[in-house]
Ligand binder design. Structure first.
Ligand SMILES: Nc1ncnc2c1ncn2[C@@H]1O[C@H](COP(=O)(O)OP(=O)(O)OP(=O)(O)O)[C@@H](O)[C@H]1O
Ligand SMILES: [Mg+2]
Length: 335
């Protein structure tokens, strides 16, 4: 039995990404890379959260493709599906079921405070569905089903993990100790990668401008072009200066990819121009994504194997999730 099958390990890691678009450099540096690192020491569960992707407008056949693509990218980036559990959220019914139970105990005021909802519903211009509003409750259910202790995420998810803790605490207080309280695990570098065209907004799958986003599957020539066009400013010296968000973002990407310190990076670029910085950042990112792309292409050649892997992941996940759901149902008086 692998460590991931144990029902109550000391540390349980859970995280997911929405197949709402193609995974990008921010997803990798903020989340996926951390997932890969913890795998050997901790019990890890990684999910393609497809139910979340229904909360924004989407094309049915594109979603189908993105679900498989996201799962293959997890594995290509280094998630070992034998050590960790990798699965698609909608295959494990407990996620939707626990969400309803939690929906019924989550005060509306808590959801009203979520900045994500404010931002995304503003973009939807009056067409947002109720799912966009309650999406953080689904996210809480995702996490709580697996007795998760740590959730490796980018900086933008801090508020949702806090909400998840509040919901768990309120449930436990009213119905008895059922849920483990999780903590966000946010990396020191790469936790908030910004758009290359608008460095005051985070890089996002849902950004309608593809030039701001470096896709993990972008060919090297496109990556070079996007960095060459990245917004900077009219100054010249290459410095970590938060007042100059474009250059700051390029340097942060360089630092997150190479692992070098701010001082070493500034020394390295001393006397060099922005064009030079852009070229070196592009080189570093291409060296990072090329092996991932190679493994991804190999995995996509055998879709039946990928499906088998995901079927197995869903069975392993459901085994844990169903037990937690049952305990929640019992505590609430449904059993
Ligand atoms: N720009 C970013 N920098 C660092 N981490 C990020 C960034 N964008 C997303 N993440 C992290 O990637 C993970 C997956 O998030 P998510 O699936 O919501 O991606 P997204 O790019 O925000 O997509 P969407 O625009 O559809 O919300 C989360 O842990 C999130 O915090
Ligand atoms: Mg997001």
């Amino acid at each position: 039995m692998s460590r991931s099958d144990t029902s109550n390990p000391a540390r349980r890691i859970f995280s997911g990404m929405q197949p709402s678009g193609r995974l990008h450099l921010g997803n990798y540096l903020g989340a996926l890379r951390q997932w890969v690192r913890g795998q050997r020491e901790e019990s890890c569960i990684f999910c393609v959260v497809d139910l979340h992707a229904l909360t924004v407008p989407y094309d049915v056949s594109v979603l189908r493709t993105r679900i498989r693509e996201s799962a293959a990218l997890y594995v290509a980036a280094g998630i070992d599906p034998d050590t960790s559990i990798v699965f698609v959220q909608s295959r494990v019914r407990a996620h939707a079921e626990l969400t309803w139970l939690l929906d019924c105990i989550t005060p509306l005021g808590w959801l009203n405070r979520m900045t994500h909802f404010k931002e995304k519903s503003a973009k939807a211009k009056g067409n947002a569905g109720a799912g966009l509003f309650t999406y953080p409750v689904l996210q809480a259910a995702d996490i709580l089903l697996y007795e998760t202790t740590h959730v490796p995420v980018g900086d933008d998810q801090r508020q949702h993990i806090e909400l998840c803790r509040d919901i768990a605490q309120s449930f436990n207080h009213r119905f008895g100790e059922v849920f483990v309280l999780p903590e966000a695990r946010i990396s020191k570098t790469g936790a908030r990668i910004m758009s290359l065209t608008d460095p005051t907004s985070k890089m996002s799958k849902s950004d309608p401008n593809p030039n701001g986003v470096i896709g993990l599957l972008d060919p090297p020539s496109r990556i070079r072009k996007k960095f060459a066009r990245a917004v900077t400013d009219s100054r010249t010296e290459v410095r970590f200066d938060p007042e100059r968000p474009g250059v700051y973002n390029l340097l942060s990407i360089y630092g997150a990819v190479t692992g070098e310190s701010e001082a070493a990076i500034e020394a390295h670029f001393e006397g060099k121009l922005y064009g030079h910085l852009k070229k070196e950042v592009a080189d570093a990112v291409i060296a990072l994504v090329e092996p991932i792309q190679k493994r991804y292409n190999a995995l996509m050649e055998d879709p039946a194997e990928l499906d088998r892997l995901l079927d197995r992941g869903a069975l392993r996940a459901a085994d844990i999730a169903d037990r937690t759901l049952k305990r929640a149902q019992e505590a609430m008086g449904l059993r």
